[in-house]
Write a protein that binds this ligand. Sequence first.
Ligand SMILES: NC(=O)CC(=O)C(=O)O
Length: 308
Amino acid sequence: MATSTSSPLKKPVTLACIQLASGADKTANLSHARDKVLEAAKGGAQIIVLPECFNSPYGCDYFPSYAETLLPSPPSKDQSPSYHALSSMAAEANAYLVGGSIPEADPDLASKKYYNTSLIFGPDGKLLASHRKVHLFDIDIPGKITFRESDVLSPGNKVTLVDLPEYGKIAVAICYDVRFPELATIAARKGCFALIYPGAFNTTTGPLHWRLQGQARAMDNQLYVAMCSPARDTTATYHAWGHSLITDPMATVLVEAEEKEAIVSWKLDGARIEETRKGIPLSGQRRFDVYPDISEGKVRFDEDNVPS
Ligand SMILES: NC(=O)CC(=O)C(=O)O
């Protein structure tokens, strides 16, 4: 069987995850995010990632009051200070910016629908793509944690791939999305070199699954995975796990933060993907005569980002 080992990453690129400490003051959060994005860029990062809900506390009680109208773009500054702040940060840093996620209000305000949305900007400050969290975080572990995003949020309905012309494609999904390997596998088969997850696991599921999920998605798909959490704030209602990390295509954790504010970064290299796929040549060994190729089924992509 033929085995393709050419790398989906065209040239090395430094990726940084900012494990941001944020609080209840949106303006202060945006200004702090800008400082850290510029710090990451100064450190050499060309792709910079912010955490889930970086401009607000994380929790169902907060989503409606922090929500901004983001799409169709571009919204006005009044509708979305976060959209404009992220666009300026990307341009100032001259870097690709995966803008964590922010609570989004549906443009039809009367619908009272909200989403957990990531905006991805290019180095010129232009919006490249957006991803609304597809799998809402609804769990109930008695005595530990009950969370029901679906009480307030509506889900997104597409797989998000973003073309960064000089490097190749990335996939962006949010937190709980990482637990659904189908999204990751589709993205990998459509040629992504990295899966990027702004996320906020907690102190119950974090120690059990955060690292494992990142490593599993990297191992299954033989590409880089970045998971970017907020720093832990024990005065907040939700205690984020932290531990932002980057794994390589062999599922080795290359860098990992602790729970405090930090920037973790790594130079991603296409040769590492190629070497992994050559050594363990899964792509030529799949048995689509036994089971279907889920990436060839009816997959919903962003109309502006349909993979070739
Ligand atoms: N916060 C999330 O969306 C997911 C999470 O904490 C978990 O999967 O655990």
